[in-house]
Design a protein around this ligand. Structure first.
Ligand code: F6R
Length: 606
């Protein structure tokens, strides 16, 4: 995930910037850079790879000066490279940016048409061009940034410096974190408190739409219209280790809470409301030659593929098979050149998924990868790559990577359905509107997580759990069971609720909690019948149901209400309480949540 640090004061900026960036290393990044001003102009030093590479470069060619900005980049637009690393400098203007500029294609075309030359593939460079253009007529740097930002759609935290305004840093925030640190005759700006906690504990949390002018003497904040606003500083009492997790006890909990943002980032710039369609970052999958889609993946990504099957078959009416990558690669599968193979891997490095992709390619299929890591091995090996924008996930148990996979698959299915003509513009419009509403619904759902804490304590000492669902909730039952077992070490099984009577119902007694996914949708009644079968055998029922369901309380021991959305999109919401349940059960048991025993984040061996 990208990180920002800025400094203005009487000391050398470079060591402060590098130390701040080092504090942000844990978040994952692929390149780093600084811009430091001295003697009338700033020097930009950037380097792909680890921070140590930048430090080595800075030792060879120092960047002295007492004003500067620094950045660690986690690639989203443009591969990891020296030229795509931040800061981006246009004329005298240097910019660092976290987030995604949604209208970057349009802005870039406009700027290029009026003669601007780009030196990187990033969306960030656009901001530098826009500010540089505004500076010719603006009264100061703050004014130029404000005007430039009126053209930008998206999520951002930016910091700008300009060679002609060396006494000022200007920062702005929209839907991406930004803080200002206050010192004596010196001030700081950063994307995260962690980056500057070694220097100051006096922090202003910048709010939505704020534009911040930082000088040595002080900090002034205005709203997007230029009206001054007051923000009260907070004295931070967290340790640096706590700050790395934004005050959350574990990365997993932090990542659960990051999901609304991650989902919004995955949607950003991809929804084409004018044409009731989706733009897949320039990928156009020609459906005329596709007779079948085969999805290959492992673990949590396999579960998202199972949901993907529902979406693609429903919207595009193309038959879909889903296979575990470790099975597919060794069972001599039938592969045709009319197959599209979709490989899903959040890390992009999973050995079995990579093996499956190699095999599919050797046998003539086209491969589309869905991954969270730009330029990782699986996307590089594939014909097309589509990226989830979840940001790096540190907790081993996948949460935001999973929900953004579901969102990506929905986008892909809409795209395919519009191509085949089986998804009407009206239905697509409805789906797109509901997708855009998901981040807020998800945020509200997560905020009500306290109920899960109580349920976790109540059932957390059980020897086993059963998770049940039907239709597109069945893969979510599998995912809920996987989450629980991997971090709490409690045996859990996910079952199709309709399969219960064929065997697993024998397990049910008063000791076995059954989590039943029963949101409103075409299979609601049938799932309620399965739930009552559990109840009739003394099983304890924890129902995940839609808000407003008045019946479910009378047939369940616990009810967790989730916001309403279209049934096709319900899995993106219904998985959230299961993540929270697993987290709180594991917390109750005191296991190592972020690094559960025997597991690794990226499984690069067979
Ligand atoms: C579980 C989890 C794993 C991964 C699996 C595949 O929470 O994260 O099951 O999903 O190891 O990893 P990727 O998606 O990186 O291919």
């Amino acid at each position: 995930m990208c990180g920002i640090v800025g400094y203005i004061g009487p000391r050398q900026a470079t060591p402060i910037l590098v130390n701040g960036l080092r504090r942000l290393e844990y978040r994952g990044y692929d390149s780093a850079g600084v811009a430091v001003w001295e003697g009338g102009k700033s020097r930009v030093v950037r380097c792909q790879g680890k921070l140590q590479g930048l430090v080595n470069k800075l030792e060879a060619e120092p960047a002295p000066g007492m004003v500067g900005i620094g950045h660690t980049r986690w690639a989203t637009h443009g591969r990891p490279s020296d030229i795509n690393a931040h800061p981006h400098k246009v004329g005298g203007v240097s910019v660092v940016h976290n987030g995604i500029i949604e209208n970057h294609v349009h802005l870039r075309q406009q700027l290029e048409a009026s003669g601007s030359k780009f030196s990187s593939e990033t969306d960030t460079e656009i901001v530098a061009h826009l500010v540089a253009a505004e500076l010719s007529s603006a009264k100061d740097l703050t004014e130029a940034v404000r005007r430039a930002l009126t053209k930008v759609v998206g999520a951002f935290a930016i910091v700008v410096m300009d060679d002609a305004h060396p006494d000022t840093l200007v920062a702005a925030k929209k839907a991406s974190p930004l803080v200002v640190g206050l010192g004596e005759g010196e001030n700081y700006v950063a994307s995260d408190v962690t980056a500057i906690l070694d220097e100051t504990k006096e922090i202003i949390f910048v709010e939505e739409g704020d534009i911040v002018t930082v000088t040595r003497q002080g900090v002034s904040i205005t709203d997007p219209q230029g009206k001054p606003v007051e923000r009260t500083p907070t004295t931070i009492r967290w340790t640096a280790a706590q700050a790395e997790k934004d005050g959350y006890r574990h990365y997993m909990l932090k990542e659960i809470h990051e999901q609304p943002r991650a989902v919004a980032d995955t949607l950003a710039g991809r929804i084409d409301l004018e044409n009731d369609n989706v733009t897949l970052d320039g990928i156009v999958v020609d459906t005329s030659n596709i007779k079948r889609i085969v999805m290959v993946a492992c673990g949590t990504s396999y579960h998202s593929s199972l949901v993907g099957k529902f979406l693609i078959e429903d919207f595009a009416r193309i038959p879909v098979e889903v296979d575990l990558a470790s099975e597919y690669r060794y069972r001599d599968p039938v592969v045709r050149d009319t197959d599209l193979v979709i490989a899903i891997s959040q890390s992009g490095e999973t050995a079995d998924t990579m093996g499956a992709v190699q095999l599919a390619k050797e046998r003539g299929a086209k491969v589309l990868a869905i991954s969270n890591v730009l330029e990782s091995s699986i996307p590089r090996l594939s014909d097309y790559a589509f990226y989830t924008h979840a940001g790096p996930e540190i907790g081993v148990a996948s949460t935001k990577a999973f929900t953004t996979q579901l969102v990506s698959l929905t986008l892909l299915a809409i795209h395919l359905g519009r191509q085949t003509g089986t998804l009407s513009p009206e239905r697509a419009r409805l789906l797109l509107a509901e997708l855009l509403a998901l981040p807020n619904k998800m945020a509200e759902l997560i905020e009500h997580g306290a109920q899960l804490q109580v349920i976790a304590r109540r059932y957390g000492n059980s020897r086993g759990f059963l998770f049940m669902g039907r239709g597109n909730q069945y893969p979510i039952a599998l995912e809920g069971a996987l989450k629980l077992k991997e971090i709490s070490y409690i045996h859990a099984e996910g079952y199709s609720a309709g399969e219960m009577k064929h065997g697993p119902i024998a397990l049910i007694d008063e000791e076995l909690p059954c989590v039943v996914l029963v949101p409103q949708g075409p299979l609601y009644e049938k799932t309620v019948s399965n739930l009552t079968e559990v109840r009739a055998r003394e099983g304890k029922v924890i129902a995940i149901a839609s808000r407003g369901d008045k019946e479910i309380g009378s047939v369940s021991d616990e009810v967790i209400m989730i916001p309403n959305t279209l049934p096709e999109l319900q899995p993106i919401l219904s998985v959230v309480p299961l993540q929270q349940l697993s987290y709180y059960v594991a917390d109750h048991k005191g296991t190592d949540i972020d690094q559960p025993r025997n597991l690794a984040k990226s499984v690069t061996v067979e």
